[in-house]
Design a protein around this ligand. Sequence first.
Ligand code: NDP
Ligand code: HSE
Length: 436
Amino acid sequence: MTPIRVGLLGIGTVGSGTFRVLARNQEEITRRAGRGIRIDVVADRDNARARAVVGDAARITEDAFAVVRDPAIDIVVELIGGYTTARQLMMEAISHGKHVVTANKALLALHGNEIFQHAREKGVMVAFEAAVAGGIPIIKALREGLTANRIQWIAGIINGTSNFILSEMRDKGLPFDAVLAEAQRLGYAEADPTFDVEGIDAAHKLTIMSAIAFGIPMQFERAYTEGIAGLTREDIRYAEDLGYRIKLLGITRRTDQGIELRVHPTLIPARRLIANVEGVMNAVLVKGDAVGATLYYGAGAGAEPTASAVVADLVDVTRMHTADPENRVPHLAFQPDQLADTPILPMEEVRTGYYLRLRALDRPGVLADITRILADHAISIDAMVQKEPAEGANQAEIILLTHLTLEGDVNAAISRIEGLPSVVGRVVRIRQEDLS
Ligand code: NDP
Ligand code: HSE
């Protein structure tokens, strides 16, 4: 089957991330989608910059309108941002029967009702996972995974730039302006960074989540918005002294009187998981009546985390064209004829760190025997502690942490250590993962 053809509008931070992720993971993405996904044409104001990213892999134009009218294009990915040209481009793409994927939360929060109406009339999809919380699949969670629930409230750190600023100000004592400049350099901030620091971007995202959670139209104009610009290092420190962290939270809550829709700096008890979400990371807490509280965490901005969500939407749209309509998402995520026969490793071939605890006679040479055995099996020691024997006892406890090691080597070393006459009883082994 020929690949589905994509027109990419805007190849800045997110556009270039999208191009790279699609190119790098093309093989697996095709096995999941059931059809290749090819960026046929890229529109950007800066042809040279676009060429530097895509090389000869796609056509390049400065005319985004030509792309949305191009009969060869099946899906338009809008990553230019803003409400004016982006809105015209999206409406025209839909008019031409194209599916649209976008990360543009500002556009959706302000004009989503009209855009979705037009898409329904034309029978096309508008997919926007990347518009909220970067790489976190929160739209899918709210719209599909939690669909059994009556959602009670959502509270989220949903602006990476402002969370990055608050973390850096607190941890490094850096001034606001310097951290904002760094967030811009890293590609986290909006084209107009006041959207980030004044809570407007968070309110765009909250508006979208609130609509999905409570079944209401988008109502950005009703959102209460207060940003972090007025916060001082003193406020941050005083809150810490009282056992709180200050985070820019977006909160939407169903009450008997109506729906709260508000973004503002908020004190959260420091022991809460969400209070420890730092830097550009985002987290969204969703409280449903059946499931209780659920927490979604991940990078909220940046090229490839956001591209992860854009490409997921591309796969979703592509599956509509290719997959068995009764099984739109294959049971095992990959198309049934695309399952690989990659072997599952036997435990002996698994590599991890180890905590080893053993009891040995407290006499010279014992430790040397043990470390020699470990060295024989190429096991490198990360840390070691020897607990002195209790008064009158002659056995000491030795605790070792190893670097990454093959399970087979550790098994062999343990059985040799247990065979030493100076070692008493069995070696306790607990595997260790850094999960970094
Ligand atoms: P960038 O500014 O990095 O990229 C936008 C690109 O589109 C630029 O190259 C820009 O060119 C180009 N462009 C703008 N207008 C036009 C036009 N009319 N025709 C052709 N090209 C045009 O933005 P981002 O990649 O950061 O953001 C893109 C979208 O993704 C925005 O809606 C943003 O809110 C959203 N988003 C961004 C995230 C991030 O981490 N950066 C995360 C989640 C969503 P020029 O530079 O010349 O203006
Ligand atoms: N400027 C946004 C942020 C990008 O910092 O969260 C991701 O939507």
